[in-house]
Design a protein around this ligand. Structure first.
Ligand code: G3P
Ligand code: MG
Length: 354
């Protein structure tokens, strides 16, 4: 099988394209594929199931390691997706390993935030659930919560952590950084304990110290999920934390947010698309520029503004299946093209590139 991108542009290896796809509101709503998304993706594969055109998922969501998310997406969308094709909001946290490799860090959010960070190479990671379990009474509302949380230890006031789990002496070591890996589940507790960690210099209950680092995987105010109206995202959590922290602390909250619309996310996506392109066709080298890189998204203030900031060869396509439902283009952040569905977007790209 000689791929289309090799034969189609044999006269000039400087011509090629790649596609970045948003997940929530473009291909999935909750965990249900949006109509036609699976069929549309299938067009990016050859009949033997191998990748025909370089594409990846560029999502601000996360909470599971990229390898696991790739298997999940493959199952839901019925195409073979490799971990390299999954770029999540927290994927750039990998780049911070050398800075915090042996420091105690806390990972917050739905799913498996600590597993994500351990897989990236961080050595001393505790999820917020585990961290909280080192401190008796830190959450005055815990007795009212009916769900079970993963505990690494019983409260230090009750007993020692079991021998089978690593002991970080969380109640004695200072936390050097907190990472909001995915949407937090227990906002009240997480805001309380983050205020404790960040306001005390990394050790709840101690005297004030310099604020530990704080990183957010993304800053989306809202996102489309299974409910008929958009849901509050990580950006909403950040606002709530910031507002409360700034009222009770001497110094304003310091933090860094990753994810779209930061231009480096698009630079990174381009580098990965080049790797995928050379897997499909070894004639392409990394120095061969793309003619066009398509970003298909649903959120004008995240996906479309991000594509715009990334500059050419990026080209934005806005779908009407997620946050944006307008009839024409978005007035503040207009896309290069507006279509109803991802199916229509892929159809447009393949016809344009055909
Ligand atoms: O929590 C997910 C949300 O922030 C957005 O995900 O795929 O639309 O970038 P996505
Ligand atoms: Mg989206």
């Amino acid at each position: 099988f000689c791929c289309y991108i090799c034969t189609g542009i044999a006269s000039s290896f400087s011509s090629s394209f790649g596609i970045a796809l948003d997940i929530d509101g473009v291909v999935l709503r909750g965990s249900t594929p949006i109509d036609g998304s699976s069929q549309a993706l299938r067009r990016l594969y050859a009949s033997d199931g191998t990748l025909r055109f370089p594409f990846l998922f560029l999502t601000n969501g996360g909470g599971t390691p990229e390898s696991k998310r790739a298997s999940e997406l493959s199952r839901l969308l019925e195409v073979d997706i490799s971990p390299l094709q999954v770029v999540q909001g927290h994927s750039p946290f990998k780049g911070l390993v050398s800075r915090f490799e042996n420091d105690l860090i806390v990972a917050i959010g739905k799913g498996e935030p600590a597993e994500v960070m351990s897989e990236y190479g961080f050595k001393k990671v505790l999820s917020m659930d585990e961290y909280v379990s080192y401190f008796g009474d830190i959450d005055p509302l815990s007795q009212y919560k009916t769900w079970e949380v993963k505990q690494i230890s019983k409260s230090i006031t009750n007993s020692k952590p079991p021998d089978s789990v690593p002991r970080y002496n969380a109640h004695r070591s200072r936390v050097q950084a907190a990472f909001i890996v995915s949407d937090p589940v227990d906002w009240g507790r997480d805001i309380q304990v983050l205020c404790d960690i960040l306001g005390s210099g990394g050790l709840p209950g101690e005297e004030n110290g310099a604020q530990p680092s704080l990183f957010f995987a993304a800053d989306d105010l809202e996102y489309p999920a299974a409910f008929c109206r958009e849901r509050l995202g990580m950006g909403a959590f950040r606002l709530a934390l910031e507002c409360i922290f700034n009222r009770i602390s001497r110094n304003p909250l310091q933090y860094t947010s990753f994810g779209k619309p930061n231009p480096f996310v698009f630079k990174n996506a381009e580098a990965i698309l080049k790797q995928l392109r050379s897997r499909i066709c070894s004639n392409f080298q990394n120095e061969n520029a793309f003619t066009t890189l398509y970003m298909i998204g649903d959120n004008p203030s995240v996906d479309i503004i991000g594509t715009e900031k990334a500059g050419r060869p990026w080209f934005s396509i806005l779908t009407r299946t997620g946050l944006f439902r307008g009839e024409g283009n978005h007035s503040q952040f207009p896309a290069d093209l507006v279509v109803d569905t991802v199916e229509e977007a892929i159809d447009y790209i393949l016809r344009r590139e055909g």
